[in-house]
Structure formats: structure tokens, C-alpha cells
Design a protein around this ligand. Structure first.
Ligand code: SF4
Length: 354
């Protein structure tokens, strides 16, 4: 089987006690059955501590402590399971996070999730064109997908990446072209065709970013600060839109960051269409997320330079709230078709924001 990842996947290393927003705080952490069994049999005092702090069941999970901290995260924000038993003793989620994987027949794809601040920093900082690395690994089990559609989507994603890296076009036009490509292919696929040969340009309508920000505030927040952040951007939308040219001029690296975010979402989600035939909604997710993050950056901007750290922090927060809640992610994908404000025509109208 082939294992394919972005090249930057290899650069990730958890920054542990230097992390401002530790992923061992605020999340319920499930323990896979095999590791839970191992934890049941660890001898001695640490074994007793493990068993006292795990709720065994299907699935088993750690019993979170004060401020929803993992009970094994110590005062120096280091993991006591690693320091006592070694990294190999971690459960699957803790071993993988923030890495993610998807299996398509003989191919396993992976990457690093933007919900982690170090991963967000790495994703945003990529200056060159997106490149991947492939290695051979032993076969792993996977659910069947539509292999013909998978091949079409791989090519579609390549075409989208080529457009996103076309520096001769402003980013907004590139994002609009991604929507054109996705729309044309979805129509072609729905009508039983292969790779779409023609790509008519959609007419942009007057998109309403306020409606998208409003919609996002109907979703269940993870952090208390999230809805106020969206509400503030919504309230000041006219000023933010008016200040966008100055924001972009004073922050010349912002288009690179935004391009990388669009690439990240397309890399991670577009091929999932090979399982259910829906990929336009995933392209909408990528473009909408890029536009919303751009807006949140501009809302945060007070003149001068918005630092790379600030940009990564906001992108990470967006990812946690939208991508890392299955419920919220599904709501956005559903809304990509249902809400008038998020139809592709409207969204294309909004890409000028970038
Ligand atoms: S969020 Fe990322 S950098 Fe921070 S502790 Fe978790 S994996 Fe490490």
C-alpha cells in the first residue's frame, strides 16, 4: 500500500510544555480497546493510578480533572504516561494526534490537523508549492470506495492545487476558480461522466458574509470565546471590508497563508467524496473556511503587522470549532447545499474578500 502525505507532515513534532493550548485539556480522550486492556494489567502504583483515572467501557476514556485536564498531564504540562511508561504506552488517539489518516483502496493518505498550534504554524508557513511524499507500507484494512471516482477526484484536486498556486492571479480569483472546477465536476459526476472536460465560470452573486458568520454562531461552540469572536467580526463587517485592502498591503504574507489553508482543507476533505459522491460541499468548506479565517484575521488587525503566530492561533481556533466537532463539520457540509448564503454562486461573490 502507498502512504501519501504532504512533505511537511514529517516536520511535525509536538512542542509539549511549550504549547499554549495543550490538546490534553478540554477534550474527552477515548482509549482504544487494546490499550485499555494493557492499562488494566500494568502493575504497581502507576498501574493503580491508571485504573483510578480511566472510565472503562466502550469506548474507555480518561476521567478529566480540574479545568478538563487529562489526569496524566502534570503541572509542567508533560504527560506522565510518557514519562513513566514511554511513548509506546500511549493510546492510539494520543499517539496519532494531530495526525489524521484516510484509506482509499491501495492508498493511505495522511496529514497534520490544523487544530494543533504547532501544526497550524507549519501549515501556514509553507512558502513553496504544495508537494507530497509517498512511501510503501504494509497493507492496512480500509472501507471500499468508488475507485473510478477516486481517480477523478485525485486529478480534480491536482487541478485545484495548480490553480491555487498560480501567482499570476489574485487569491480571490483562484478561490473562485476552485469553486468553478468543483461545481463543473459535481455536475459531470452526477450525470455519470468521468473527468469534466469543460469548466464554465459561475456567475458570482452578492455573497453575504454576515449570513455565514451568523450561521456559524448557531453551531455548538467548544470555547466560550468563539461566538463573541464571530459576533464581533459580524458587527464590524462594513469597516473590516473597507479596511481589507490596507490589511493585505501591510501583511503581504497573508495570501500565502490563506492559499495554504485552502490547500489544507482540499487535501484533507475532497477525496472523501469517493465514499459518498459529494465533493462540491467539501470544496465549499475549503473556500468558506479560507474566507472566514481571512475575515477573522482582518477583524483582529489593528494596523501594522499581524504576526504569523496570531494568524496561526486564529486558524487553529477555527479548526477546533468547525473541523474537530463532527456535528459542526456535518452542519457546515449540509449547509453548503441548503443555505442560500452558502451556495457556490454566493460564496464565489465572497472570494473577493481574499
Ligand atoms: S496541541 Fe499540538 S503541540 Fe500542543 S500538546 Fe497537542 S500535539 Fe502537542
Amino acid at each position: 500500500m502507498i502512504f501519501r502525505t504532504p512533505v511537511y507532515y514529517q516536520d511535525f513534532q509536538c512542542i509539549a510544555d511549550r504549547c499554549q493550548d495543550n490538546c490534553c485539556i478540554g477534550w474527552e480522550i477515548d482509549i482504544d480497546a487494546e490499550t485499555a486492556e494493557q492499562y488494566r494489567s500494568i502493575a504497581g502504583e502507576f498501574g493503580d493510578r491508571l485504573r483510578r483515572n480511566i472510565r472503562f467501557g466502550e469506548p474507555s476514556c480518561f476521567i478529566l480533572g480540574r479545568e478538563e485536564r487529562c489526569p496524566f498531564l502534570n503541572d509542567r504540562n508533560l504527560c506522565d504516561i510518557i514519562t513513566t511508561l514511554g511513548e509506546l504506552a500511549l493510546c492510539q488517539i494520543c499517539t496519532d494526534h494531530p495526525r489524521y489518516y484516510e484509506w482509499f483502496g491501495g492508498v493511505k493518505e495522511g496529514g497534520i490537523g490544523m487544530c494543533c498550534e504547532e501544526a497550524a504554524r507549519i501549515i501556514l508557513s509553507q512558502e513553496c508549492s504544495f508537494s507530497v511524499t509517498e512511501t510503501k507500507i504494509p497493507d492496512e484494512d480500509c472501507a471500499p470506495c468508488d475507485e473510478e471516482l477516486y481517480e477523478v477526484l485525485v486529478q480534480l484536486r491536482e487541478n485545484m492545487f495548480a490553480v491555487l498556486h498560480d501567482g499570476s492571479l489574485p487569491l480571490g480569483k483562484r478561490l473562485g476558480a476552485v469553486l468553478d472546477l468543483a461545481f463543473a465536476q459535481q455536475v459531470c459526476t452526477d450525470n455519470g461522466g468521468g473527468l469534466a472536460e469543460e469548466c464554465p465560470q459561475l456567475e458570482p452573486e452578492n455573497g453575504d458574509m454576515g449570513a455565514i458568520l451568523q450561521f456559524l454562531q448557531t453551531l455548538e461552540p467548544i470555547s466560550e470565546a468563539w461566538h463573541p469572536t464571530l459576533a464581533k467580526a459580524q458587527k464590524h463587517l462594513p469597516e473590516i471590508a473597507a479596511n481589507l485592502p490596507a490589511f493585505l498591503e501591510e501583511n503581504p504574507r497573508v495570501p500565502q497563508y490563506l492559499r495554504n489553508i485552502a490547500v489544507y482543507f482540499l487535501w484533507r476533505y475532497l477525496l472523501k467524496g469517493a465514499f459518498d459522491g459529494e465533493f462540491l460541499s467539501r470544496a465549499v468548506l475549503a473556500v468558506m473556511s479560507t474566507c472566514v479565517i481571512a475575515l477573522l484575521w482582518a477583524a483582529e488587525w489593528q494596523g501594522g503587522e499581524l504576526t504569523a503566530e496570531q494568524c496561526a492561533e486564529i486558524a487553529k481556533n477555527y479548526s477546533k470549532e468547525i473541523e474537530y466537532s463532527e456535528e459542526n463539520l456535518n452542519a457546515v457540509l449540509d449547509a453548503a447545499y441548503d443555505l442560500p448564503a452558502m451556495t457556490v454562486h454566493c460564496l464565489k461573490g465572497l472570494t473577493v474578500l481574499c
